[in-house]
Structures are given as structure tokens and as C-alpha cells.
Design a protein around this ligand. Structure first.
Ligand code: SAM
Length: 246
């Protein structure tokens, strides 16, 4: 059974985009995951195919209508579909590897991409969406954010990465940033690779790597060392299926 992604977007032509190349693209060709991009506009009912309207309370920009977004979800997601529905939004909880792991271990994901000022909050809540942000900056649409989410998930699907690309030791695997990497030549522009890595002493190498991981995490991301239970860590939080309006 493959991992299935459905993306609801006003720009379905942006997909698969980079997800069709390299690791994710090869995995898609091998049938390990599938991607369907659905046009939200197909759910519009008027002859102008309107999907948005002005915000109540005033202010700039337009907001995606709840009825149109809900109809788009209903058309794309069959009754009983167990996949969680993720709305990509800067208002969401930060995307973390813990959530990526949870999503990758499930049946897939339905990703809603906002545009303009965003999506009417009523449909976000009625559909029990998980609101997820990929970082503290504002993109012009949710499509690139959805690609980030999907790329992070797809590489964790069993069989996608070979032993050569193992996720076991990489950044965030144990709430630590990864140790630095070095390859040949052993000396470059007078800079030597740390001697311990040339020693062939596996226990010493492992200890050095652990120390470097802890040091770089303390220096750059001390927040990761207290990650459990933080907002957005989603450790242990249940994921809601997309097909169940609240
Ligand atoms: N008015 C919104 C706000 O201030 O939070 C920003 C809307 S943004 C211009 C349009 C869409 O881009 C959003 O609805 C969302 O889908 C997507 N987007 C922008 N930044 C994002 C981020 N950091 N993470 C996830 N999605 C983002």
C-alpha cells in the first residue's frame, strides 16, 4: 500500500515540481507514494469560478471562501479517508521532524494551500485541520510549503531511502543537530580533517560525533534540547483524519 498525498491548490500546475525529481521522484516512479494536485477552483459554483471574497471586518486582500474550500475537500477526499488534513499557514504550529515522522508513518496527507490573505477559519476548524507553518516568514502561497512538507515525509517512507541515505543519525533524529561531515582529500588548502575521523576507531568517532552534535545544538538551537512538550512538537498528539468534519 503506497503513501498518498492530495494537494488542494489554486495552482495545480506547480506539482509535482521538484517532487518529481531525485529521491522523491524516483520513489513516485517506484509506486512508493502518489501525488494528486486538485484545483480548488473546480469547486466554485458561479460562472466566474469565484473562490474568494473580501474579509469581514475590513482590511486588505481576499479570503478563500469556506463553502468552496469545503466542497473542494469533499470532492477530493472520499468518506472514511484516514489521512490527516494539513492547512499550510504561517499561523500554524512550526513544522518539526516529530510531526513529519508521524505523518510519514500514516496513510498519507491531504494538504490545503492558501493564497491571498488565507482561508476562512470556519472551514479550517470544521474540518479539524492541523495548521502547520514551515517557518517564521510569509510566502505568497501554500504550494512551496506543501512541497517542503511532502518532501520531508516522502524520504521517511519505508523503502524510499537506501542505507546510503539513512535518516537514523541526521539532524533532529534525537533532538540534536547533526555533527559536521568531511570527505577526501584529508587535507585541503592546509585544512586537516579532524584526526579522530582518520583513526578507524569506531567508538572514538561515535563519541566525537556525539560531542559535536551536542555542542552545535547548544550553540545554535538550545530550544531543541527542551523540545518535548513544546508547542509544535506534536509528540504523541493524535492526527485527525481529513474526511471527518467536526
Ligand atoms: N495573511 C496571512 C498571515 O499573515 O498569516 C498570510 C497569507 S500568505 C500571503 C498566503 C498563503 O501562503 C497562506 O494562506 C499559506 O497557505 C501560505 N503560507 C505563507 N507563508 C507560509 C508559511 N510560513 N508556512 C506555511 N504556509 C505559508
Amino acid at each position: 500500500m503506497s503513501w498518498n498525498a492530495t494537494v488542494l491548490t489554486l495552482f495545480p500546475g506547480m506539482f509535482p515540481g521538484p517532487l518529481g525529481t531525485s529521491l522523491a521522484g524516483r520513489a513516485m516512479e517506484r509506486g512508493l507514494w502518489s501525488l494528486e494536485a486538485r484545483d480548488i477552483r473546480d469547486a466554485a459554483t458561479d460562472r466566474h469560478r469565484t473562490v474568494d471574497d473580501t474579509p469581514f471586518g475590513g482590511g486588505a486582500g481576499m479570503v478563500l471562501r469556506p463553502d468552496v474550500v469545503d466542497a473542494a475537500i469533499a470532492a477530493a477526499v472520499p468518506e472514511g479517508d484516514a489521512r490527516p488534513l494539513v492547512f499550510l499557514t504561517p499561523r500554524g504550529v512550526p513544522l518539526r521532524q516529530s510531526l513529519v515522522r508521524q505523518l510519514a508513518a500514516g496513510p498519507g496527507v491531504v494538504a490545503l494551500c492558501g493564497r491571498y490573505e488565507g482561508v476562512d477559519q470556519r472551514v479550517v476548524e470544521a474540518r479539524g485541520m492541523i495548521e502547520v507553518s514551515i517557518g517564521d516568514y510569509v510566502l505568497s502561497g501554500g504550494e512551496l510549503a506543501a512541497m517542503v512538507l511532502l518532501d520531508a515525509c516522502v524520504r521517511l517512507i519505508p523503502g524510499v531511502m537506501g542505507a546510503a541515505e539513512s535518516a537514523e543519525e541526521e539532524s533532529f533524529s534525537s533532538n540534536l543537530l547533526e555533527y559536521p561531515h568531511y570527505t577526501r582529500p584529508a587535507e585541503w588548502r592546509g585544512l586537516r580533517v579532524p584526526e579522530v575521523l582518520l583513526s578507524g576507531h569506531h567508538a572514538e568517532v561515535a563519541r566525537w560525533r556525539r560531542e559535536r552534535s551536542e555542542a552545535v545544538t547548544r550553540e545554535r538551537r538550545p530550544d531543541l534540547l527542551t523540545e518535548q512538550g513544546r508547542p509544535g512538537s506534536t509528540a504523541g498528539a493524535p492526527l485527525h483524519p481529513a474526511a471527518s468534519p467536526a
